[in-house]
Write a protein that binds this ligand. Structure first.
Ligand code: HEC
Ligand code: HEC
Ligand code: HEC
Ligand code: HEC
Ligand code: HEC
Ligand code: HEC
Length: 238
């Protein structure tokens, strides 16, 4: 494999780059800058790019370039542009494409690297088994808002109707922003409000208790969690 043959060259350059960086830091003199073989160095990028933070968590340059010893041109530009988000922008960056041998699937086919179809591999890339949880209960900023994947998917909604525009495919992501994950945002068409707008599904300013479960005993149970003025705020939007 072409990529394998370049391992030594790539590692060599990495070491060289490391040395150069050190030299530059220590000597900041123009001599060190001149000594850098700019052109050659550029074609393989530099250690800064290689060691830069993982692209979107699941992909790490470091584990591919340093650990697996792949050269830049085993991925760039044939499989991926050197621009974060460009694969996504193509519109077919999906598991189906990967399984058909595109993008990551060019290597992650069970031969060159672990496959994308075994149930045990999902976690290696996604950090979870990617099974949609049947029921999600949000507790931030207020307690017990219920969301049922099963119900929504059975209605015929596909994954893309919520992911990743309205919601990330990661439990807890929306709750990391309690200042944003609010009724105000829902009324403005964000999160659940993308559909719960009175047209595509019941409006977010009605049927509070359908989403806020257990809210029969609303005041008794959540009086502290939901301040009275907030409750009024919701009702004003009727
Ligand atoms: C195993 C595949 C692979 C290898 C090998 C690889 N890259 Fe990447 N690179 C990617 C992916 C995937 C992205 C993200 C592309 C996307 O989001 O569409 C990326 C993005 C980039 C970006 C854009 C970063 C940004 O923040 O916009 C640069 C620059 C880059 N790579 C440089 C390099 C250099 C230099 C090397 C060699 C040292 C290298 N890559 C090796 C897969 C690879
Ligand atoms: C080699 C890494 C890799 C493995 C292994 C992998 N995936 Fe993916 N998966 C991806 C990438 C890359 C995307 C596109 C991400 C994006 O759009 O930002 C994706 C997207 C998805 C999506 C979004 C919808 C779609 O169909 O594209 C789902 C669902 C998914 N993966 C499930 C799984 C499951 C289930 C497994 C295990 C059987 C799995 N993935 C294994 C890399 C992987
Ligand atoms: C040019 C080939 C190639 C491409 C393209 C590629 N990988 Fe890999 N990947 C490898 C190899 C080789 C390994 C190490 C061997 C193994 O684990 O099977 C690896 C390992 C990994 C690992 C495990 C890393 C670790 O530290 O344990 C993850 C996660 C991963 N790849 C995700 C991805 C994702 C996501 C993409 C697409 C964005 C991708 N890979 C594209 C070749 C590739
Ligand atoms: C009606 C909206 C909607 C639809 C349709 C939908 N999801 Fe989700 N999904 C969510 C919400 C909401 C979350 C939680 C996000 C959060 O906490 O920020 C979520 C989270 C997830 C998670 C993360 C689970 C975890 O443990 O981190 C996965 C995986 C997932 N969905 C997969 C899917 C798949 C696969 C489909 C299509 C079969 C799908 N979803 C369809 C709304 C939806
Ligand atoms: C992609 C569109 C979409 C998104 C986003 C969405 N829903 Fe729905 N939801 C629907 C549709 C369509 C229905 C059924 C029509 C109706 O009841 O008006 C529904 C019904 C419901 C129901 C009633 C289910 C039942 O058993 O009767 C609840 C509760 C609900 N959604 C909660 C939520 C919550 C909470 C969120 C955000 C976390 C959310 N939905 C996001 C489309 C969506
Ligand atoms: C479509 C589902 C849905 C409906 C209908 C709904 N909510 Fe919410 N509500 C949510 C979600 C999702 C959150 C954010 C997650 C959390 O707080 O657990 C939230 C958060 C809140 C919050 C805390 C954030 C903020 O805006 O201050 C209050 C208060 C609230 N809802 C009141 C109401 C009232 C009052 C109604 C009825 C007029 C209502 N909700 C109807 C889904 C809904």
């Amino acid at each position: 494999m072409k990529a394998k043959m370049r391992i030594v060259a790539a590692l060599g350059l990495l070491v060289a780059a490391g040395v150069l960086c050190t030299a530059e830091i220590q000597a900041t003199a123009p001599v060190a800058a001149q000594a850098a073989p700019e052109k050659k160095y550029e074609s393989y990028g530099n250690t800064q790019v290689v060691a830069v933070d993982p692209i979107k968590e699941m992909f790490s340059h470091k584990s591919h370039v340093v650990t697996a010893g792949l050269s830049c041109d085993s991925c760039h530009p044939d499989l991926f542009d050197r621009k974060r988000g460009s694969a996504k922008a193509k519109g077919d960056y999906t598991m189906a494409s990967l399984e058909a041998g595109k993008y990551c699937g060019a290597c992650h086919d069970g031969k060159t690297a672990f496959n994308t179809t075994g149930s045990e591999t999902c976690k290696t890339c996604h950090g979870s088994d990617m099974k949609q949880p049947e029921t999600i209960v949000f507790n931030v900023p207020v307690k017990t808002v219920i969301f049922e994947h099963k119900g929504h998917v059975d209605m015929g909604l596909d994954c893309a109707s919520c992911h990743a525009k309205a919601f990330e495919m990661r439990k807890g992501a929306a709750e990391e922003h309690p200042d944003k994950f609010t009724m105000e945002a829902l009324y403005a068409g964000k999160y659940c409000g993308a559909c719960h707008n009175g047209t595509d599904a019941f409006a977010s300013n009605t049927r509070c208790t359908t989403c806020h479960i257990g809210v029969k005993g609303f005041d008794r149970k959540f009086a502290d969690a939901i301040p009275a003025d907030k409750k009024d705020h919701g009702k004003k939007n009727h």
